[in-house]
Design a protein around this ligand. Structure first.
Ligand code: AGP
Length: 614
């Protein structure tokens, strides 16, 4: 996590860095800081908490900083050391000559720190990053060349890093490098921009170079040179970023999350427009670069993801197995990477990630790629590190998602899985033709049904008010909606901090039912179809233990009003497709509860949108 930016040119570095950091706030918001080159020295400004706090400090120092045209900046999601000012970046060496910002984790920082302390360095912070500032300074004191100092230091560091480095003796130089963390250089006229991600630079230039692992770029106002750690010069060709600057606006909504929930019908419309033309035509999914005979003969799929993307993957497993008769395993990336996995060239590995940068998923993907598997990436960021590893790439096209809590990207991931599963079923001929047509025709009217749910959001707002003051929340479901229960619980806990858990309804009686009493809300996801009666029975069992019962249903049965204290009704839909509708009221419920409790909905505590550390 963390976001870094750098600027060298002729404009106010402070303004450009702050603008860039604002665009990277999704990567963390524990603290922030900038280092600005002044005549013969580097000035550092840092603040705890949100970026606005740093903004206030810079505003007070406006006259002092306005002339600086070289600087680096950082927004932090704390890993090593509490989110205090002293641990905030930039970090410097003891004489203040070297200043650095860092995204990633230095794994051997303890050994390095001991070594550097023995050599006389005094550490002020608890961070892993400070070791790198001292290490570069030590190297510099011997070679007096900043690029060489960074190159030598990078050879001694283990772990993941993207670094921007400046030195007080070099008012026309910034050195940057990376390994297993994103970093790109924007190329302007007489200026360069460095950043963890495109939104920080796109307002200024579309011409850019993505730095590769172990490359070191030296930026002066009119030149960029790239070398590798063995000192070989690297030839590079800038690319034109396929991005437009987007003004990130809430469009009148109180929070980005609410806006993004409301964007879901149009996200679905856009995706379907390109891929599903009629119930009689084949799904258009040319992005999947597996020939028909390979697709037909696939017998094993592994899907790897984290968090909300993992829940989309679980729905993916259910429908691929149901429609295509192919065995699918789903695993949290963080578990996958530290065990022996039976993955080989006959396995299709699907990585799912909104950001395309999640470190655990990226590592898992690289591991399976090394074993020869075909890698299919489903992501909202076709320019991401994961996308660059893909043999096949499904770009879910949800548009930029600002709120840390994923909503529209989940919808887009789900829909991508449905289209993929239907496509594979078409190729294999594994799905009954009339069911195939029913599913396609129901997908085509999905946007209108989503709109109907959003029109009735006041009901959910009312439900939120009734249950907002609970300490715990249980979501139960079965079958294709078990992941919906998990995702509903995740949404609620991440933005309201209520202890929410999703269970397969049949598992309640194997333990969790012991927690039920008159204070516990149980929300049953009751979609018409194969498991409806079973969940109804599980709801009766919960009611018998005096739980506060809520139904989320597409049934019109009035009897539900007796069993449940509150009934949220949604439009009817074929059971397989019901996760696409059922999740929306749960997103709204989480949103309204968090809003009612006065929580920071878009930037919940301790979280970051892009989790670039393992
Ligand atoms: C979603 O609401 C969460 N903030 C989080 O679980 C997220 O889904 C997870 O970190 C995975 O991110 P990714 O999709 O970008 O890989």
């Amino acid at each position: 996590m963390c976001g870094i930016v750098g600027y060298i040119g002729d404009k106010s570095a402070a303004d450009i860095l702050m603008d860039g950091l604002k665009q990277l706030e999704y990567r963390g918001y524990d603290s922030s800081g900038v280092a600005l080159m002044e005549t013969d020295k580097i000035d550092i400004y840092k603040a705890e908490g949100k970026l606005q706090n740093l903004n206030d400090i810079l505003f007070m120092n406006r006259d002092k900083i306005v002339g600086s045209t070289l600087g680096i900046g950082h927004i932090r999601w704390a890993t090593h050391g509490a989110p205090t000012v002293v641990n905030a970046h930039p970090h410097t060496c003891n004489c203040g000559g070297v200043a650095i910002v860092h995204n990633g984790i230095i794994e051997n920082f303890k050994e390095l720190r001991e070594k550097l302390e023995a050599q006389g360095c005094t550490f002020r912070s608890q961070t892993d990053t400070e070791t790198v500032a001292h290490l570069i300074a030590k190297k510099y004191s011997l070679c007096k060349d900043l690029t060489e100092a960074v190159r030598l230091a990078s050879k001694e560091i283990d772990g993941a890093f993207a670094l921007c480095v400046m030195h007080k003796d070099h008012p026309n130089k910034m050195v940057i490098t990376k390994r297993n963390a994103p970093l790109l250089v924007g190329i302007g006229e007489g200026e360069f921009f460095a950043a963890s991600d495109v939104p920080a630079i796109i307002k200024y230039t579309k011409k850019a170079v993505y730095l590769k692992d172990n490359q070191i770029a030296t930026l002066t106002r009119d030149d960029m040179q790239i070398i590798d750690t063995d000192n070989n010069s690297i030839f590079f060709t800038p690319e034109i970023l396929p991005w437009e600057p987007v003004a990130l606006s809430k469009m009148g909504y109180k929070h980005f999350m609410l806006k993004e929930i409301h964007e879901q019908p149009s996200v679905v419309r856009n995706i379907l427009a390109g891929k599903l033309h009629s119930i009689d035509s084949e799904i258009a999914l040319d992005e999947v670069k597996l020939d028909k005979s390979t697709l037909k003969n696939l017998n094993r799929i592994q899907i790897i993801a984290c968090g909300t993307s993992l829940h989309a993957a679980m729905v993916g497993k259910y429908i691929i197995e149901s429609f295509c008769d192919i065995a699918v395993d789903v695993e949290a990336s963080s578990e996958y990477i530290y065990r022996k996995t039976v993955t080989n060239e006959n396995t299709l590995v699907i990585g799912v990630s909104q950001s395309g940068e999640t470190a655990d998923t990226l590592t898992a993907i690289k591991q399976s790629k090394a074993k020869g598997s075909h890698i299919l990436i489903i992501t909202n960021r076709p320019d991401s590190a994961m996308a660059r590893e893909a043999d096949s790439l499904i770009s879910v096209n949800a548009g930029i998602e600002v709120s840390v809590a994923a909503t529209k990207s989940y919808m887009a991931q789900l829909l991508s899985f449905y289209l993929l599963a239907l496509k594979m079923a078409e190729v294999k001929g594994s799905l009954d033709d009339s069911l195939l047509k029913t599913l396609k025709s129901e997908l085509m009217v999905l946007p209108q049904k989503l709109e109907q749910i959003l029109v009735h959001k006041e009901d959910i707002q009312q439900c939120a008010k009734i249950y907002a003051n609970t300490k715990d929340f249980i979501f139960i479901a079965r079958g294709v909606n078990y992941p919906t229960a998990l995702e509903g619980a995740l949404k609620l806990k991440e933005i309201s901090y209520i202890n929410a858990t999703g269970y397969p309804a049949g598992e309640l009686k194997h333990g969790p039912i012991a927690m039920l009493d008159e204070s516990m809300p149980v929300l049953s996801i009751l979609m018409k179809g194969t498991v409806y009666d079973k969940i109804l029975s599980n709801s009766e069992e919960s009611k018998a233990r005096n739980a506060r019962m809520i139904a989320l249903t597409n049934s019109t049965d009035d009897k539900l009003n007796t069993l449940f204290d509150f009934v949220i009704r949604i439009p009817e839909i074929q059971e397989y497709l019901s996760p696409l509708l059922a999740i929306v009221p749960l997103q709204l419920l989480a949103y309204y509860i968090a809003e009612f409790l006065g929580k920071d909905v878009d930037q919940p505590r301790n979280l970051a949108k892009s989790v670039t550390v393992e």
